[in-house]
Write a new protein. Sequence first.
Length: 434
Amino acid sequence: MKLIPRRYLAVWICSVLLGSMLLAMGSWRAFYRSPAQAASSQTYAQLRLLMEALYEVENKYVGDEQDTSLIYGAIRGMVMSLDPTASFLTPSAYQEMLAGNQAPIGEMGVELTFKNKVLTVVAPLEGGPAWQAGIKAGDHILKINDEMVRNMTALEAAKHLQGPPGSTIKMQIIRNGMIKPQDVTITLEKLSPVTVNHYILEHDYGYLRLKHFNDQTAKELESAVKDLDKRRPPLKGLILDLRNTAGGSLDQAIAVASVFIGNSMVFYTKGRHQEQPQPRYGQKMPQALKDLPLVVLVDGGTARAAEILAGALKDQRHAVLLGFKTFGNGAVHKVFPLKDGSALIITVAQCYTPNGQIIQDKGLEPNIVGITNGYSENEEFEAELELKKPQEITNAQDLLKDPLITQALKLLGLEGSPDLAKSSSDPIAGTPPE
């Protein structure tokens, strides 16, 4: 009689014991469980299917795979089926994440996600290497250094786009309308810590550009706002540019929003098992320029912390959103360490604006749709297909060439416009909507 190898026998025994345990638990708990518990029991019963599949692979697959790699592969597949931000970290990857980057690191300056199972650029960081190479929001990345990225998570892909400053990375990208993919080689740099620029525009209007978020952004913004507030004659209105501003944490969004709305509600979250919404409030602080009409520029590259900020300003500061629908990335992620040293990163809650609009996968619609560059449809389409460095803004006159800024200035100049309610109106306070 042919003996079953010990490793297969162990899997078979585990399957039998697990099945017996589930049946036993089900028998005595059958009369005491709720519908939710019953659904959970059905889910765990599927573990028998996983054990059966594991046994068949180990017993019949032509290769000699290690048990750990099979289990990790199953977990990875399960997590990747949830949403583009979910990840499974092996023990070594988790420890690396906890340790952080110990040496100076070069980056491409790009926020990534998976959209329709394709690695997609949410937005390039203005002034960063990807931006200088002509990478745009919505570009699809097919290869990194000749390696296909289809089976990577967004977290893994982002790691592939880092390295020593001065090193190069080759990417193959395709953009909607391109006939074939294009290769681009980008030199990694240490990203600039400066995140906020500000200018005085014609007719006494102020302009604030928030390029990306980090832990110093709120202080930079506060300094810029104070500088604009000292301007004489005083400003008549303010433009906040959040186009192609992606990334950032929820805490960074709260800190930045506090500069404009103080300790009012910035957003609230609702999780799967939370009966009551969990509001998040800003910090009490003096609010410069609080009585000025405010126009916020947004587009498809406005994501994450910038969307939280835009939603808060729209609801609490009565700002007008001008431009195009935002990306739709507003969720709460949490790391769950596992017993063997690995970890899961999964979404545990969704973010809502103070007025109750969900952000994740929906995005924020502008109050007023932006105008285009003034080209004919074909000319604009052809221009978008070129990989070239965008025009760099060095002074206020450069800004006036931007059609959306011109549109914002015209809007601010419309006295009595119903779209530009003064921010002196009472902000939303108390409990978020159910």
